[in-house]
Write a protein that binds this ligand. Sequence first.
Ligand code: SF4
Length: 79
Amino acid sequence: MAECPNLTGCPFFNDRMANMPAIAQLYKRRYCLGQGEGKESCARWIVAQKLGKEYVPPDLFPNQLERAQQILQQAQNPK
Ligand code: SF4
Protein backbone atom coordinates (compact mmCIF):
# COMPACT_ATOMS: atom_id res chain seq x y z
CA MET A 1 0.00 0.00 0.00
CA ALA A 2 1.20 3.46 -0.83
CA GLU A 3 1.16 6.54 1.35
CA CYS A 4 -1.95 8.68 1.18
CA PRO A 5 -1.56 11.67 -1.15
CA ASN A 6 -3.34 13.82 1.45
CA LEU A 7 -0.63 13.55 4.13
CA THR A 8 0.36 17.20 4.08
CA GLY A 9 -3.17 18.62 4.14
CA CYS A 10 -4.94 16.10 6.35
CA PRO A 11 -5.96 17.38 9.81
CA PHE A 12 -5.80 13.88 11.25
CA PHE A 13 -2.31 13.13 10.04
CA ASN A 14 -1.10 16.52 11.25
CA ASP A 15 -2.68 16.25 14.71
CA ARG A 16 -5.06 19.13 14.10
CA MET A 17 -8.19 17.32 15.27
CA ALA A 18 -9.65 17.61 18.76
CA ASN A 19 -9.73 14.47 20.88
CA MET A 20 -7.12 12.54 18.96
CA PRO A 21 -7.40 8.90 19.97
CA ALA A 22 -4.58 7.33 21.93
CA ILE A 23 -3.97 4.95 19.07
CA ALA A 24 -3.68 7.74 16.50
CA GLN A 25 -0.10 6.79 15.71
CA LEU A 26 -1.22 3.27 14.92
CA TYR A 27 -3.95 4.61 12.62
CA LYS A 28 -1.43 6.83 10.88
CA ARG A 29 0.75 3.86 10.10
CA ARG A 30 -2.17 1.68 9.14
CA TYR A 31 -4.13 4.09 6.95
CA CYS A 32 -2.03 7.12 6.11
CA LEU A 33 1.36 5.50 5.59
CA GLY A 34 -0.09 2.42 3.96
CA GLN A 35 1.40 -0.09 6.38
CA GLY A 36 -1.98 -1.77 6.83
CA GLU A 37 -5.32 -1.34 5.10
CA GLY A 38 -4.18 1.87 3.45
CA LYS A 39 -6.13 4.95 2.48
CA GLU A 40 -8.79 2.94 0.63
CA SER A 41 -10.13 1.92 4.05
CA CYS A 42 -9.89 5.37 5.62
CA ALA A 43 -13.25 6.98 6.40
CA ARG A 44 -11.91 10.47 5.66
CA TRP A 45 -10.41 9.40 2.34
CA ILE A 46 -13.57 7.59 1.25
CA VAL A 47 -15.89 10.54 1.95
CA ALA A 48 -13.48 12.96 0.27
CA GLN A 49 -13.17 10.79 -2.82
CA LYS A 50 -16.90 10.12 -3.21
CA LEU A 51 -18.33 13.50 -2.21
CA GLY A 52 -15.49 16.00 -1.95
CA LYS A 53 -13.29 17.23 0.88
CA GLU A 54 -15.90 19.73 2.02
CA TYR A 55 -18.13 16.83 3.08
CA VAL A 56 -15.56 15.36 5.48
CA PRO A 57 -16.65 16.24 9.05
CA PRO A 58 -13.86 17.85 11.07
CA ASP A 59 -14.18 15.14 13.70
CA LEU A 60 -14.25 12.08 11.42
CA PHE A 61 -11.50 9.60 12.26
CA PRO A 62 -10.03 7.14 9.76
CA ASN A 63 -11.49 4.09 11.50
CA GLN A 64 -15.10 5.41 11.45
CA LEU A 65 -16.14 3.57 8.33
CA GLU A 66 -19.72 3.09 9.47
CA ARG A 67 -20.11 6.83 9.90
CA ALA A 68 -18.58 7.38 6.47
CA GLN A 69 -21.16 5.04 4.95
CA GLN A 70 -23.95 6.99 6.67
CA ILE A 71 -22.61 10.25 5.26
CA LEU A 72 -22.55 8.76 1.77
CA GLN A 73 -26.08 7.40 2.14
CA GLN A 74 -27.41 10.73 3.37
CA ALA A 75 -25.81 12.49 0.43
CA GLN A 76 -27.40 10.04 -1.99
CA ASN A 77 -30.83 10.15 -0.35
CA PRO A 78 -31.29 13.68 0.98
CA LYS A 79 -34.56 14.18 2.83
S1 SF4 B 1 -6.48 10.19 7.66
FE1 SF4 B 1 -7.12 9.28 5.72
S2 SF4 B 1 -7.23 11.03 4.31
FE2 SF4 B 1 -5.98 11.66 6.08
S3 SF4 B 1 -3.85 11.25 5.47
FE3 SF4 B 1 -4.65 9.48 6.60
S4 SF4 B 1 -5.39 8.07 5.00
FE4 SF4 B 1 -5.21 10.10 4.10
